[in-house]
Design a protein around this ligand. Structure first.
Ligand code: G3H
Ligand code: 13P
Ligand code: ZN
Length: 326
């Protein structure tokens, strides 16, 4: 069945790679994730956001994820390592409901709360999650990412304060910690004025705060660190979408080289959602532009799924390094 994140994180930190955490909202996304992870022999975390629960229904998503374990075996994977994780849980009640429904891992995101309230809420979720028959792993967050986090949107990011992490982990009992070192959600991770431009006019973002990451690692040796907002916003997808009529001004992501570097550190979970949206949209727009009379959803969702799968294979092999670690 589904597994929690405990062992996958321990192995990933030792091995110097990161576990992919891919969001899904529908069947095609789930198929692409599972196919890619089976083909690359990679463990995977399936993430369900509040938006996904609203869109697709929590019960359906839960059965789909449980079905994904059987699907992976059918595709030839002997021992799939698949976690079902609540992304950005915002209350104890929501975490509890997901745990009761069969999620193997949850995030309680108290990062927008004052420190002491974040500690209190995160500890409450951990106490509940850890006493379940199957230990449910809990991810907490310290520091604020700029951009949109579900319904919460922050103008400015606040890096995680290294001096808080030890106290937070000790008092809450969290199994992993999401931090803010310059990543952010969505396709516009930086304002154009924060970037430089290369010769082709492409926006080059400022580097992540690796100094803050290494301070955190020193305070929490061997402890699992999580990076949200880690889409690279591939220029090829942005260009393809715009070529076929889309408008995605000022798109900028986290360069793959930076993620590669992060994956080698204590960062052992990397969250990617926006890149999948871009891959699907690029593929679908191409079908619509080239075959305007197509109206069978399978004829555009199929190519979207294939493009997604290709992208996830690339991430697992070339960016996160999780390929071959089952
Ligand atoms: O953290 C944000 C994820 O990309 C989920 O986004 O709430 O629109 O599903 P969503
Ligand atoms: P991206 O928007 O960069 O894909 O981030 C996804 C994420 O952090 C989900 O929790
Ligand atoms: Zn996130």
């Amino acid at each position: 069945g589904l597994v929690n994140t405990k062992k996958m994180f321990a192995k990933a930190i030792k091995g110097g790679y990161a576990i992919p955490a891919y969001n899904f909202n529908n069947m095609e996304q789930l198929q692409a994730i599972i196919q890619a992870c089976v083909e690359t022999n990679s463990p995977v975390i399936l993430q369900v956001s509040s938006g996904a629960r609203k869109y697709a229904n929590q019960t359906l998503l839960r059965y789909m994820a449980q079905g994904a374990v059987a699907y992976a075996k059918e595709l030839g994977c002997k021992k799939p390592q698949i976690a079902l994780h609540l992304d950005h849980g915002d209350s104890f009640e929501l975490c509890k409901s997901c745990i009761q429904m069969g999620f193997s891992s949850v995030m309680i995101d108290g990062s927008a709360l004052p420190y002491e309230e974040n500690v209190k809420l995160t500890k409450k979720v951990c106490d509940y999650a850890h006493k379940q028959k199957d230990y449910i792993t809990v991810e907490g967050e310290l520091g604020v990412l700029a951009g949109v986090e579900d319904d919460v949107s922050a103008e400015e990011s606040h890096y995680t304060k290294p001096e808080e992490v030890q106290d937070f982990v000790k008092r809450t009992g969290v199994d992993s910690l999401a931090i803010s070192i310059g990543t952010s959600h969505g396709r516009q991770k930086f304002k154009p004025e924060q970037c430089t431009k290369n010769a082709d006019g492409i926006l080059i973002p400022p580097p992540l705060a690796f100094d803050v990451l290494s301070e955190i690692e020193k305070k929490l040796p061997g402890f699992p660190i999580v990076l949200h907002g880690s889409s690279s916003v591939p220029i090829e997808y942005v260009k393809q979408i715009e070529k076929y009529g889309g408008k995605l001004k000022d798109s900028v992501g986290i360069p793959e080289a930076q993620l590669r570097k992060a994956a080698k550190s204590a960062v052992c979970k990397i969250n990617i959602d926006s890149d999948g949206r871009l891959a699907m949209t690029a593929a679908i727009r191409k079908v619509f532009a080239e075959s305007p009379s197509e109206f069978d959803p399978r004829k555009y969702l199929g190519p979207a799924r294939d493009e997604l799968k290709k992208m996830y294979i690339h991430k697992n092999k070339e960016v996160l390094g999780s390929a071959g670690h089952l």
